[in-house]
Design a binder for this molecule. Structure first.
Ligand code: DAK
Length: 277
């Protein structure tokens, strides 16, 4: 792949969009390669994914404006479908996906981040849906996911004004979970860059997720996602069913079995090793 890399280590997969010259803007090829990267994730092994962008400056500066500028109505719809299918796939991917947002997350960049389960960002991150300034609407789910994440009032303000917001404001409105700063020594000299520290934090969070029972984590993702699309009566039934499913798994037997054993019992097992369904 030319613009996307995939690395897997210690049960965590890292997908990097690597088109730094165009600030990692999403053209058709990047969208196809992201899809290919997801095809390559070994779900028997991987417990959590991280999605990030190459370089310090930009996570993803949007859909590729150059490519979009010449599209016909039919081509525009096809491009929108390609993006929407991919973003929906990320959103419903069996294991959690963390967006590690290093810099610009504009338009399609904000939208792909919102299709991930969790967003953490560097202090220089910038978020926005600038589409109305370009004469289009957000086309990769922005009107829908932003509204669900930050509420209709704030989403409408961001979308109608096309104003970019900084990391602090994104944190305040609930668009990101956490801001990660560079590490400095007592003299104020940077010892770990914001980008490196962001990846370290994302890997740490992914590692924590990866230590938990894999089927339980997957079922939680499903319950939250599917429940959000349902009314409460239906949503609690979705939760009940996924809770019940856990009782057919080694995850549950080992997890509860461990708890009931004495602290130093050598027969305790690592629940992360099971995935028998
Ligand atoms: N597309 C293509 N190239 C881009 C790009 C983008 N979105 N953003 C940046 N680049 C390229 C620049 O053209 C430049 O390329 P060269 O001139 O060096 O060849 C290079 O990246 C560096 O950018 P700048 O020189 O502009 O860098 P600055 O630091 O000065 O500015 C910036 C950074 C992020 C503020 C600026 O580049 C910028 O404003 N970029 C555009 C941001 C933006 O408007 N993003 C939203 C794009 S619209 C739909 C499907 C999808 C969508 C909508 C509808 N349907 C099918 C219904 C999605 C829409 C969008 O995402």
């Amino acid at each position: 792949m030319e613009f996307v890399t995939y690395e897997a280590k210690d049960r965590v997969g890292v997908i990097t969009i690597n088109r730094e010259k165009a600030l990692n803007a999403l053209n058709s090829q990047v969208l196809d390669e992201l899809s290919e990267a997801l095809d390559g994730v070994d779900l028997n092994e991987i417990r959590c994914l991280i999605l990030t962008g190459a370089g310090e400056k930009s996570f993803v500066a949007g859909a590729d404006i150059g490519e979009m500028s010449g599209l016909t109505k039919a081509e525009g719809e096809a491009f929108g479908k390609k993006g929407n299918d991919l973003f929906r796939r990320i959103e419903t991917f069996p294991v959690p996906v963390i967006a590690a947002i290093n810099g610009f997350a504009l338009g399609g960049g904000c939208e792909i981040a919102m299709s991930c389960d969790i967003r953490i960002c560097s202090a220089n991150a910038m978020f926005g849906q600038p589409e109305v300034g370009l004469g289009i609407t957000p086309g990769f789910g922005g009107t829908q996911r932003l509204t669900r994440l930050v509420g209709a009032g704030m989403a409408k303000q961001m979308i109608y004004t096309a104003r970019n917001i900084k990391a602090e404001e994104a944190l305040r409105i609930g668009l990101v979970n956490e801001i990660v700063n560079a590490v400095t020594d007592e003299n104020g000299n940077e010892t770990v860059s914001a980008k490196d520290n962001l990846m370290a934090s994302a890997l740490k969070m992914a590692g924590t997720i990866a230590k938990n029972a894999p089927i339980a984590v997957r079922n939680c993702k499903k319950a939250i996602n599917e429940g959000l699309e349902a009314g409460m009566d239906e949503a609690v039934v979705i939760e009940e069913k996924l809770f019940g499913d856990c009782f057919e798994t080694e995850d549950q037997r080992a997890g509860m079995g461990n708890f009931l054993k004495k602290k130093d019992d050598p027969t305790k097992v690592k629940i992360v090793d099971f995935i028998n369904k």
